[in-house]
Design a protein around this ligand. Structure first.
Ligand SMILES: *[C@@H]1O[C@H](CO)[C@@H](O)[C@H](O)[C@H]1NC(C)=O
Ligand SMILES: *[C@@H]1O[C@H](CO)[C@@H](O)[C@H](O)[C@H]1NC(C)=O
Ligand SMILES: *[C@@H]1O[C@H](CO)[C@@H](O)[C@H](O)[C@H]1NC(C)=O
Ligand SMILES: *[C@@H]1O[C@H](CO)[C@@H](O)[C@H](O)[C@H]1NC(C)=O
Ligand SMILES: *[C@@H]1O[C@H](CO)[C@@H](O)[C@H](O)[C@H]1NC(C)=O
Ligand SMILES: *[C@@H]1O[C@H](CO)[C@@H](O)[C@H](O)[C@H]1NC(C)=O
Ligand SMILES: *[C@@H]1O[C@H](CO)[C@@H](O)[C@H](O)[C@H]1NC(C)=O
Length: 509
């Protein structure tokens, strides 16, 4: 009798614990909005990246894991090598430089509180890009810093994921770099998941895979093979499915599901998804009902099997559009090819998915692409190729096709006056630091499903570069992400590509 009461009590206790751990999970969309964009309408309930990263560091008590491409939370207006060079203190303050300093300070404080911190970054481009993690780690056994060069593993590519995980329960995934400019001078979109240990644990697996790679001798674990899918010879990890099964090695990473009789990483018919009840305090449509969510990762060698590839998650979100409905895509870069490989790879995966839904579902596909100081010129040709879908759609009497592709360039004012204020001892015409005034978010949203990632829409980001996305059917997140897109799309900063081409691009030719 007493025993059964105790069992009942224990059952209630564990049930209570279960409810707590599943129902306390909350999500907010997170943005950075560059200063001096007065005509952008405000989307209520969205948090700011600077606040979220600062809170995550400040709230951490045991563990903090950060994946970063590079670090520049502290500005360098006094360093002649820096894109911040020559701006006055007053100007730097107006640019919002203090937000980056506050995030750095919160990390430094967490390190002083003896939180176990692991910092994983790419290195290169500029020597100064790993100074901050080195400084945080210096003399502190509780802070570990590693650099991981994906080039050693895939022949090219970088760590491009932007992920924070605090105390194995709070997570940020999004486009913002660990850079003061990403908080106030670059337009960024991400998601903050708070009190979500189940999701944090899944992202942690990917973090640990990267961490493992960083400690392995890549020459002992890579092979150069002919990649049948992309028709190039390239270096891949020796356990890659781009290698014939008999020539593969055993993966040093935790085992994932085997997919026999395939070359490469095909679309999965039933990718791993998980139900979770995620409340959205930043939205009036928050629900306690469990909804379906997923994570996706790149490159596929780091996670395939249990998780879909990041490319599939993008394609499936495009294809989640309903008949005669709209799917919205936001990206900095768009190229139907590779950017940094020795042999150039043609890549039509996303443009095909777009044309398919335009044809058979009569879908409207709206795409926002960044136009900025470091714009890739050939983008324009690939966008025109995509727009040609509209001609094909109505090209013959056999077609019953009424979908369309609409593309706008996103132009943050001031983009063409970015760079150091002083160069070679002379003042420039620049009014903002270098690598600013750009729309940098990477997401796609239909009426059903939202996908928020860290990858630009270029082949390299899906096959040789580290990237992470969170996707969800959560109705509140889906509708708020649509609102963010619409605010941008309907603002004066979004210009139909035909108009912009007349204004700038034709002058390049
Ligand atoms: C929720 O609704 C109230 C009242 O209509 C409105 O003032 C508020 O901005 C809404 N909040 C969000 C996050 O949309
Ligand atoms: C901890 O995070 C919450 C939001 O999840 C935030 O409201 C709070 O200010 C943070 N605490 C600190 C000390 O930053
Ligand atoms: C980590 O930081 C230390 C200083 O604490 C530095 O000497 C080292 O180069 C850094 N290592 C990596 C891999 O970045
Ligand atoms: C890495 O592996 C290669 C090939 O197996 C080997 O020749 C080399 O000595 C190894 N390097 C280190 C530092 O262990
Ligand atoms: C684009 O074209 C302009 C003008 O010809 C050139 O200055 C710039 O370097 C080009 N950009 C790229 C990424 O090729
Ligand atoms: C920058 O763009 C604006 C239009 O947005 C134009 O008026 C101005 O002349 C451009 N400046 C430069 C240096 O190209
Ligand atoms: C700086 O200005 C001086 C005088 O106009 C000029 O001679 C020099 O070439 C300029 N330096 C650079 C790096 O543009």
């Amino acid at each position: 009798m007493r025993c059964s009461v105790i069992i009942l009590l224990l059952a209630l206790l564990s049930l209570n614990k279960f409810c707590e751990s599943t129902s306390s999970c909350k999500a907010w969309l997170v943005q950075s909005i560059p200063t001096d964009m007065p005509h952008l309408s405000h989307v209520p309930g969205v948090l700011s990246t600077g606040d979220v990263l600062r809170w995550m560091a400040a709230n951490s008590t045991r563990r903090l894991d950060v994946i970063a491409q590079y670090w520049q939370l502290l500005a360098s207006p006094d360093d002649p090598r820096s894109g911040d060079y020559g701006y006055s203190q007053d100007q730097m303050h107006k640019f919002g430089v203090h937000q980056g300093a506050a995030v750095y300070q919160a990390l430094d404080d967490a390190a002083d509180r003896n939180v176990n911190i692991r910092l994983l970054s790419h290195s290169g481009v500029y020597q100064t890009f790993t100074l901050e993690p080195s400084k945080l780690a210096s003399g502190r056994p509780n802070v570990m810093n590693v650099t991981l060069l994906l080039k050693d593993w895939w022949g090219s590519g970088i760590v491009h994921a932007k992920v924070w995980i605090s105390d194995n329960r709070d997570v940020y995934i999004g486009s913002a770099n660990n850079d003061w400019k990403s908080l106030t001078q670059v337009k960024e979109v991400g998601i903050y998941l708070a009190d979500c240990p189940g999701i944090a644990k899944k992202v942690e697996v990917y973090f640990n895979n990267l961490w493992t790679l960083a400690s392995l001798n890549s020459s002992a674990y890579t092979k150069t093979v002919m990649d049948q899918q992309w028709q190039v010879e390239r270096k891949v990890p020796c356990w890659s499915h781009f290698i014939q099964p008999r020539d593969r090695c055993k993966s040093p990473l935790p085992q994932y599901v085997k997919t026999p009789h395939v070359a490469g990483y095909p679309i999965l018919s039933d990718p791993y998804m998980f139900e979770a009840s995620i409340q959205t305090p930043g939205s009036n449509y928050s629900t306690k009902l469990p909804q379906v969510n997923y994570l996706s990762f790149a490159p596929p060698e780091l996670s395939f099997g249990s998780y879909q590839s990041d490319e599939q998650a993008w394609i499936d979100t495009i294809k989640s559009v309903g008949t005669r409905e709209t799917v919205r895509i936001n990206t900095m870069d768009w190229l139907g090819q590779s950017q940094f490989t020795d042999q150039t790879i043609f890549w039509s995966s996303l443009s095909s998915a777009i044309s398919e839904v335009v044809f058979s579902k009569h879908a409207t596909v709206k795409i926002l692409v960044a136009y900025w100081a470091h714009f890739i010129n050939s983008t324009d040709e690939y966008l025109k190729y995509l727009l040609y879908t509209n001609n094909l759609c109505s090209s013959s009497k056999y077609n019953k096709c009424s979908g369309k592709v609409e593309i706008k360039y996103y132009v943050v004012p001031g983009f063409n006056n970015t760079g150091p204020a002083i160069q070679g001892g002379n003042s420039t015409e620049n009014i903002y630091p270098d690598f600013t005034r750009v729309n940098h978010g990477k997401y796609v949203v239909s009426n059903e499903r939202a996908h928020i990632g860290t990858s630009n829409l270029v082949w390299d980001y899906f096959y040789v570069t580290a990237g992470v996305s969170f996707g969800t059917y959560n109705t509140a997140v889906v509708s708020q992400l649509r609102e963010i897109f619409n605010a941008d799309w309907n603002s004066p900063y979004a210009v139909p590509i035909q108009e912009l081409e007349r204004a700038y691009i034709s002058s390049f030719k």
